[in-house]
Design a protein around this ligand. Structure first.
Ligand code: ATP
Ligand code: MG
Ligand code: ZN
Length: 483
C-alpha cells in the first residue's frame, strides 16, 4: 500500500475532529442547521491550522447525500469524492499558480453552469491573496451575486493583502494558532494509532517548535517516526530540530548571570562546533529570556508561558538572578544581534560579541537607585524648580545619594573637571547675588550643576544601559531648556 503522510492520513473529516477552532466550527454548524450558509467565506489564519480542512468539511456538509447537514456521512459518493480531493463539483484552485485575470475569467464563465451531480458547486481558492488586482476585479461581480448553486471559500495566510472590496463581500473567520496542549494531545492520539511510543516531553517539544501549526507538528512527527528507534525521545527531537538541549540554554544564561565570560563563550563554541545554527541558537536564547521576562513581570500568570512544569520551576529559580531591567537589556542586545546575523553573512562574531557584552555587564540592581535619582532630577528640570535645600551647590558635582544631606562643603570636582566647574558662567543662576536686580518671574536654572551631572553620567553610561537611558532623558530636558 502507498505510504500516506501523517498530515494527510489524519486530516479531520468532521467539524468535531478539527482541533482548536471551536468558534469557527460551531458557527458553521449553526449556519448549516438553520440553512443560512453564506455564499462566500474568507478563512484567515497561519499555515497548517485547518483552513483547507474546514473548507472541505463545509463542502461535504453542503453536498452530502443526507445534507445539507452539520454531520456529513463520509460514506456517500459526494463525501468520498471530496475527501479524496477529486470531486467534480468541489473545485480547489491554488491562486498562487493561477493568478492571472484569464484564469479568473474562465472561472467566472464556469460558475454559471449548474453542478454536475451535487447541490452546490463549491470553489475553494487557496492563497487567495496571490491573485492580481485585475483578477480580483474580474471576480467582484460574480462574488456580489453568485448563482444560487455556487459557494466560495477563500483561504489566506495574509488577509491584509486582500482588497476591501473582497473583504466586504465575504463572511470572515479567523483560525487560531493551536495551543501546545491541544497539539500534544493530537500527536499522542496519532502515535497510539500508529503504534509508536513517544515521550511526553518529546511531543511537547515538537508542538512548541511548530508555533501553533498542526501540519508542521505532524510533518516533524512523520520525519521522526522513520528516523527514531523504539520511542521518540527529547534528545532525538532536539537533534532533528538542530536545537541546543534546554539544559544547555539554562547553563548559558547562568554563565551570563555569573559573569563567566569564558564559560559562556566555550558553551557557544561547542554548540557551533556541534553544527548548531547561529540564528536558531539566538532564537532559542531569546525565547528563554522571554520566559524569564514574562515570569518577572507577570509573576503567577503562567498561562502566557509555553513551558513544561519542570522547566518552569527552573526558570523561576534562574529568574532570581535578574532584574526586569537586566532581562530587557539582554533581550534588546539579543534582538540586535539576531538582526545583524540575519543581515550579515551568518558570522559567529556578532553572537560572540553579544555574549561577551552580556556576561560583562554589571548587575543592574543597584542602578535602579541611580535611575530613581535621575528621574527626580528630570522632574525638577521639567518644572524648572530649584534644587531642594541640601542639594549640591552650583558648580559642584552632585553628592552621592548616600552622602549626608548636611554636608556643608561641596564635594570638590575631580581634577579633570576643575577648570570647567570653577569657570564663571554667563548663564542664569539659581541663587541671586547681593545687589542684583530682582530675579525675573521665571525661575532660573542651574546649568553648571546640570553640566556636572551630565559629565558624571557620561562616564557611568559607558557600560551601563540604565545610566545611558537616564542620560538620554536628561539630554532631552537640556535641549528643551536651552531652546
Ligand atoms: N485544527 C486542526 N485539527 C487537526 N488537524 C489539523 C488542524 N489543522 C491542520 N491539521 C492537520 O494539518 C493538515 C493540513 O491542514 P490544512 O490543509 O487544513 O491547513 P491550512 O490551514 O489550509 O494550511 P495552509 O495555509 O498551509 O494551506 C491536515 O491534513 C491535518 O492533518
Ligand atoms: Mg490550505
Ligand atoms: Zn455524505
Amino acid at each position: 500500500m502507498d505510504y500516506l503522510a501523517i498530515a494527510r492520513k489524519y486530516r479531520p473529516q468532521t467539524f468535531e475532529e478539527v482541533v482548536g477552532q471551536e468558534g469557527v466550527a460551531t458557527t458553521l454548524r449553526n449556519a448549516l442547521e438553520s440553512g443560512r450558509v453564506a455564499h462566500a467565506y474568507l478563512f484567515c489564519g497561519p499555515r497548517g491550522v485547518g483552513k483547507t480542512t474546514t473548507a472541505r468539511i463545509l463542502a461535504k456538509a453542503l453536498n452530502c447525500a443526507d445534507g445539507p447537514t452539520p454531520t456529513p456521512c463520509n460514506q456517500c459518493e459526494s463525501c468520498r469524492g471530496i475527501m479524496g480531493g477529486d470531486d467534480i463539483d468541489v473545485i480547489e484552485i491554488d491562486a498562487a499558480s493561477n493568478t492571472g485575470v484569464d484564469d479568473i475569467r474562465s472561472l467566472r464563465d464556469n460558475v454559471r453552469f449548474a453542478p454536475a451531480r451535487s447541490r452546490f458547486k463549491v470553489y475553494i481558492v487557496d492563497e487567495v491573496h496571490m491573485l492580481s488586482r485585475s483578477a480580483f476585479n474580474a471576480f467582484l461581480k460574480t462574488l456580489e451575486e453568485p448563482p444560487a448553486h455556487v459557494k466560495f471559500v477563500f483561504c489566506t495566510t495574509e488577509p491584509h493583502r486582500l482588497p476591501d472590496t473582497i473583504h466586504s463581500r465575504c463572511q470572515r473567520f479567523d483560525f487560531r494558532r493551536i495551543s501546545t496542549t491541544d497539539i500534544v494531545t493530537r500527536l499522542g492520539q496519532i502515535c497510539a494509532k500508529e503504534g509508536r511510543a513517544a515521550d511526553a516531553g518529546a511531543l511537547a517539544l515538537i508542538a512548541r517548535s511548530s508555533k501553533g501549526g498542526m501540519r508542521d507538528s505532524e510533518t516533524l512527527l512523520d520525519q521522526l517516526t522513520s528516523y527514531c528507534g523504539d520511542a521518540i525521545t527529547v534528545a532525538e527531537v532536539e537533534q532533528a530540530l538542530g536545537a541546543l538541549p534546554r539544559p544547555r540554554i539554562f547553563q548559558l544564561i547562568g554563565h551570563l548571570a555569573a559573569h563567566e565570560v569564558d564559560k559562556a563563550l566555550q558553551l557557544v563554541h561547542d554548540a557551533l562546533q556541534d553544527g548548531k545554527d547561529i540564528e536558531n541558537l539566538l532564537t532559542q536564547v531569546l525565547d528563554h529570556v522571554r520566559s524569564l521576562l514574562v515570569l518577572s513581570v507577570c509573576g503567577s500568570q503562567r498561562a502566557l508561558l509555553d513551558e513544561t512544569p519542570e522547566d518552569l520551576a527552573e526558570l523561576v529559580k534562574q529568574g532570581q538572578s535578574f532584574t526586569t531591567d537586566s532581562l530587557l537589556y539582554i533581550s534588546q542586545v539579543l534582538w540586535d544581534t539576531l538582526r545583524k546575523v540575519k543581515e550579515g553573512a551568518h558570522s559567529r562574531v556578532p553572537l560572540e560579541l553579544a555574549i561577551i557584552k552580556l556576561a560583562r555587564s554589571s548587575d543592574l540592581q543597584p542602578l535602579a537607585a541611580v535611575l530613581e535619582r535621575l528621574q527626580a532630577l528630570e522632574a525638577r528640570l521639567a518644572t524648572n524648580t530649584p534644587a531642594p535645600p541640601g542639594a549640591p551647590p552650583r558648580g559642584a558635582r552632585p553628592a552621592p545619594r548616600a552622602a549626608a544631606p548636611t554636608a556643608e562643603k561641596p564635594t570638590p570636582p575631580p581634577s579633570g573637571e576643575k577648570k570647567k566647574a570653577a569657570a564663571p558662567t554667563k548663564r542664569p543662576r539659581l541663587a541671586k547675588r547681593e545687589g542684583e536686580p530682582p530675579a525675573s518671574e521665571h525661575p532660573a536654572v542651574d546649568y553648571e550643576a546640570m553640566a556636572a551631572a551630565r559629565a558624571e553620567l557620561e562616564k557611568a553610561a559607558k557600560d551601563n544601559p540604565v545610566v545611558s537611558e537616564a542620560l538620554r532623558i536628561l539630554e532631552g530636558q537640556l535641549i528643551k531648556l536651552e531652546k
